[in-house]
Write a protein that binds this ligand. Structure first.
Ligand SMILES: [Zn+2]
Length: 256
């Protein structure tokens, strides 16, 4: 079973919903919502697991079959990147829950993997890049076959473009820690949602792009003392990635 870090767990929540828990629900849930209890396709063929004290309900994330304010806490982990209408799903989370936790793959992981993905985009499960460019705001950008090869014209976007070109991210992903590979978002009462219809270029549109957070997460990861051994193997395997860091003026444990 999954657990949040001990200081973030909803200890005083009596009714706790998880949406799309699949084979690995969070500890302490009282209600589970699954879209499809028979088909294990999007959870890798694993069987559902329902804890003894929890009820399983079948329904859609965009029309939750619960009254307003039914839950003290709502988990939605690796769900929102799949849904067709993320704005509707987020509105439903806020309607039925008083607080919650959202987790998705980060755009850093999503774009890095998609750039080298040889399967047809028609078979991609994930429809969205999900990120939080400002506190209290969750943004979605379409993960279309065109958009995975596009980068913002700002320095963050161009840095990421060159970084992804310098290595094979399918292998290199294992050098990075989980925090740079996931988007984690906690909310209480409500939050802002921005479902964008295209990749935002921050310089042209004056709105934050997804690459600023990506670059910050990448640099933080490469300065991570606890993972220094892992990060230092990266330039040995991919010497060009070190050149990209140098070109953009970054020094880190990874580039010395
Ligand atoms: Zn930008």
């Amino acid at each position: 079973m999954k657990r949040l870090p001990w200081w973030r767990r909803p200890y005083f929540s009596r009714r706790v919903l998880e949406i799309g828990p699949g084979h690995n629900p969070f500890a302490g849930v009282t209600h589970l919502l699954e879209r499809d209890i028979a088909d294990g396709h999007e959870r890798g063929g694993h069987a559902l697991i329902v804890p003894a004290a929890a009820r399983l309900i079948v329904g859609e994330a965009t029309t939750l079959p619960f009254a307003a304010g039914s839950f003290d806490f709502v988990y939605a982990s690796h769900v929102l990147e799949h849904v067709e209408e993320p704005e509707a799903a987020c509105r439903e989370l806020m309607r039925v829950g008083k607080a919650g936790y959202i987790e998705t793959p980060s755009p850093f992981l999503e774009q890095g993997l998609a750039l080298r993905d040889e399967t047809s985009p028609a078979h991609w499960f994930h429809r969205w890049f999900v990120f939080s460019p400002l506190p209290g705001l969750l943004a979605f950008e379409p993960k279309s076959p065109e958009d995975v090869g596009r980068f913002c014209s700002c320095a963050d976007g161009q840095f990421l473009r060159e970084f992804f070109e310098s290595l094979d991210f399918r292998e290199a992903q294992h050098f990075f820690r989980r925090s740079s590979k996931t988007t984690v978002f906690y909310w209480t009462t409500s939050f802002q949602v921005e479902a964008r219809d295209h990749l935002v270029d921050c310089r042209r549109e004056g709105r934050p792009c997804r690459f600023t957070g990506m670059r910050q997460a990448l640099i933080a990861n490469c300065n991570d003392v606890l993972r220094a051994g892992r990060v230092r193997r990266l330039p040995r395997q991919y010497p060009k990635s070190r050149d990209v860091f140098r070109k953009y003026g970054h020094t880190s444990l990874f580039v010395r």
